[in-house]
Design a protein around this ligand. Sequence first.
Ligand code: SF4
Length: 256
Amino acid sequence: MDNLHKEFIEIVADLRAHLELQKALGVKVVETGASEHVRNISDSPASSAAPKREQAARSVETPALSESSSLGAVRKELGDCTRCSLHASRKNIVFGEGAADARLLFIGEGPGVDDDEQGRPLRGEAGGLLTKIIENGMKIKRSEVYICTIVKCRPPENRHPEPEEIMTCIAYLKKQIAAIKPRVIVTLGNTATHALLNTTEGVTKLRGGWHVYEGIPVMPTFHPAYLLRVPSAKKQVWEDVQKVMAELEKTGKREA
Ligand code: SF4
């Protein structure tokens, strides 16, 4: 096969993946993506993550890791946790699930009603949409990524977690990240983004660009529950997912 033919086959394969991803996310408008691609390159975490944001992320205190070098050890340390008020109404602690050495980590806000029932993160309708994004869009099995939340117990009436609850529980999230060592993190929605990046900036403003937590590139995007309410935002999530895939690809090449 000559080079030109090979390139053509690769372009067609890329285009097909692009269209399948849009279909998976329910995006109806097809973009050329040319200008976005240019912005993507200049927006890469290595080149331009805003120093201010990096500083803010670094200022988040990292817990001592001596006893928590593996996910199992973190789970053991968490135990039958009663460290914050959320323990009182939960059915199950939802620690997280996925590959212990996942290259991609998704962080949501907290367990919903289905998650609490099953003891598993991002279930229900919103979780189903996330699975579609991962499996149909990114072509990765859900079991190959890791999914967890900022707080591990369901806030009553699906309210947002209170700052004290987040402050108490986030130590375990940080230990999970240190154990997994993901290449890329995706924060889903405002609560996860604010807590991990130590910012009050809204996800609408932060999404689409790279941020950094402990040297790891972080892409904030909309929570799948928001996409169920505002389907038109799927287009932005699709753009964010494209950047995440490009970054994973780049990281894979660097590691090879
Ligand atoms: S939310 Fe976190 S800190 Fe609070 S009880 Fe549950 S596991 Fe413990």
